[in-house]
Write a protein that binds this ligand. Sequence first.
Ligand SMILES: [Zn+2]
Length: 91
Amino acid sequence: MSRTTKHASPGSCPSCGYRFEASTATHGRRAPKVGDLTICIGCQVALQYLSLDPLELEVVDLASFPTDIKVEVAHVQAAIRRAREQAGRAR
Ligand SMILES: [Zn+2]
């Protein structure tokens, strides 16, 4: 299994409408499961998998999550912002 999982049925970010065709694990090589968190590459909002097939995601309020999760989410959000800024400068 690779770090990136292609979704059998793509879904959309409920916040910005970005269409998810795949998800990439931040650690190891495993497919997402219901209840996992993910970050939208379009708007960097934190999302939780409600269902994988069909793919359904909901925006989550991180206030109730442990600090280590909030820190990891912030790191991933920053990495996405940096990648998008670099992609913007390359054009
Ligand atoms: Zn989004």
